[in-house]
Design a binder for this molecule. Sequence first.
Ligand SMILES: [Zn+2]
Length: 70
Amino acid sequence: MERPDIETCAACKLGPPDWDYTCRNCLRDFTMPAAKGPSEEKCRACPVCHSRNIERMNIAPSEANCAPGG
Ligand SMILES: [Zn+2]
């Protein structure tokens, strides 16, 4: 059930935004849920080759879509 009195964007409905990563070892792109902290992010590795040589790409502009005032 949707509440017409509450403005929500697509990103808000989906919850925490996913983060896009690129593995520098096998050059694959993959997505993971947003880390809860820097320590969690450090433990992350490529799901394909399990290398930790991964780079987080730009976060989805969900926050920009949630700007107050529309
Ligand atoms: Zn990899």
